[in-house]
Design a protein around this ligand. Structure first.
Ligand code: ADP
Length: 450
């Protein structure tokens, strides 16, 4: 049977839960979240690094000098200058309040780190450098329960229903009992990206055929398709971020630092195949050309001792280790003689400074200090930068930039904030800042059109 609500939030990830909670804090009485998976959290729960924010109370307390302008400039430089500058400015200017909001509702963003492309410690994270996503999802879940906001799990949004004026009239959904419509005045679309939908990825970026994903199973781009059918314009759809060294069974990403500090890549035949320090897209493509489209990230004790991040991978038991190259090769199912030969040749190249096979310039380790380590890896889709076109108050726009009345969107489902490349820590800023703005806009709209 059909239902009614003032605001329907589509998607129970970080952006959607933020929007629902903010709407409730604004006094909205009849907000409902529909979430297609059996649990909330989406991709947000996988976020590890932190939340980038500038001019924050936390930075002041820790005597870190920062400016919104520097955060804006570095985000746009990192995005290859393809970002929508208005959206970046809005994200940055809302970021300090986002940190305070998360802390006020019982979260923990009390420590600072730094992400690639940022010149200041503005990566806000929980004490001890714990992962940010689980903390944010747990905090939002607790508050949503406290505020009695209904979360309809296992419920998939199928269609945005418009009235004869092309304004929001409801959302058609499906659950185990069948299909029904939730009539509503406003929709906040927060259904995330499409990094787990390989057909859709390949449609927009044919060169990404065959890539795995670091994304959760529900990141199938439903929200983008629903919005497009409701007249929304899309932007930057072909801008998809990949990462070349992701462990296939756990989707754990090995930081580029492992290669930077001396690691190499070998294929199933025990041979190198690329200058490992090429850009992400080039290395990813080379791995896909290898047998079984996989590779092994190889390093030695010297690299491990330089890079503390490696300890996490060791603890997760996704790294094989051995006292000799031959022994390591046996453990990973690679021909021991060929692998030992590769290691010997690489040691000589590193010692002479000339990599005549692949032209690698920086070889910081000779890879001759036991133990030896190997981690299986393949490239994977990491983040979809494109999506639904919005303005700075999260109205969903048509191609002519006119807003669709009652329709708002936030988070990875939208495009424009991150341009050609998302900086680590900016997804969390994106979802909290724009989730709150979308809620404020939806509440205002409902009040004016109630
Ligand atoms: P963001 O970071 O933008 O919040 P997430 O990936 O964390 O994005 O969350 C998006 C959520 O939306 C996921 O939990 C996903 O399962 C959910 N979702 C995706 N498509 C639908 C749909 N058609 N109906 C309901 N929920 C959806």
């Amino acid at each position: 049977t059909d239902k009614e609500a003032d605001i329907v939030v589509i998607g129970g990830g970080g952006a959607g839960m933020t929007a629902a909670l903010q709407a409730s804090q604004n006094g909205a009485k009849n907000v409902v979240i529909v979430e297609k998976m059996p649990q909330t959290g989406g991709n947000t729960v996988y976020a590890t690094g932190g939340l980038n924010a500038s001019e924050t109370s936390v930075q002041k307390k820790l005597n870190v000098k920062d400016s919104n302008q520097s955060f804006i400039d570095e985000t746009i430089a990192g995005g290859k200058k393809l970002n929508n500058p208005e959206l970046v400015k809005t994200m940055v200017e809302g970021s300090a309040a986002a940190v305070d909001w998360i802390n006020q509702i019982g979260g923990d963003l009390s420590e600072l780190g730094r992400s690639g492309g940022m010149s200041v410690d503005r990566l806000h994270r929980p004490k001890g450098g714990a992962a940010v996503g689980p903390m944010i999802v747990k905090t939002l879940n607790e508050n949503i329960e406290k505020e009695n906001i209904p979360v309809l799990l296992n419920t998939t949004a199928k269609e945005i229903v418009l009235n004869d004026k092309n304004a929001i009239a409801g959302v058609k959904v499906a659950d185990a009992s069948g299909e029904y419509t939730i009539k509503c005045k406003a929709v906040v679309l927060a259904a995330g990206g499409f990094g787990a939908n390989s057909d859709m990825v390949v449609k927009y970026a044919p060169n990404l055929k065959g890539f795995g994903t670091t994304n959760h199973k529900g990141a199938t781009g439903d929200g983008i398709i629903l919005a497009e059918k409701a007249n929304a314009a899309l932007v930057d759809m072909e801008k998809i971020q990949t990462h070349p060294t992701v462990e296939p069974s756990t989707s754990v990403m090995y930081t580029e630092g492992v290669r930077g500090d001396g690691g190499i890549l070998v294929n199933k035949e025990g041979k190198r195949f690329i200058n490992e320090l090429e850009t992400r897209d080039v290395v990813s493509a080379a791995i896909l050309e290898q047998p079984e489209a996989i590779s092994f990230l190889i390093f030695d004790q010297a690299v491990r001792e330089k890079l503390s991040a490696i300890e996490k991978y060791i603890n997760l038991k996704i790294i094989e280790e051995a006292e000799t190259p031959e022994e390591l090769a046996k453990k990973i199912g690679v021909d021991p003689a060929a692998f030992a030969e590769t290691m010997k040749a690489y040691s000589q190249a590193a010692a002479s400074g000339v990599d005549k096979d692949f032209g690698r310039k920086e070889m910081k380790s000779k890879l001759d200090k036991p133990k030896y380590y190997a981690g299986k890896c393949a490239p994977a889709i990491h983040h979809t930068m494109g999506g639904v076109k919005i303005n700075t108050v999260c109205e969903v726009l048509k191609a002519d930039n006119a807003a669709i009345p009652g329709f708002f969107a936030a988070g990875e489902v939208t495009g424009g904030v991150h341009g050609g490349n998302r900086i680590g820590g900016n997804a969390m800023a994106d979802i909290i800042v724009f989730g709150r703005i979308a809620a404020n806009s939806a509440c205002k709209y409902v009040e004016a059109n109630g």
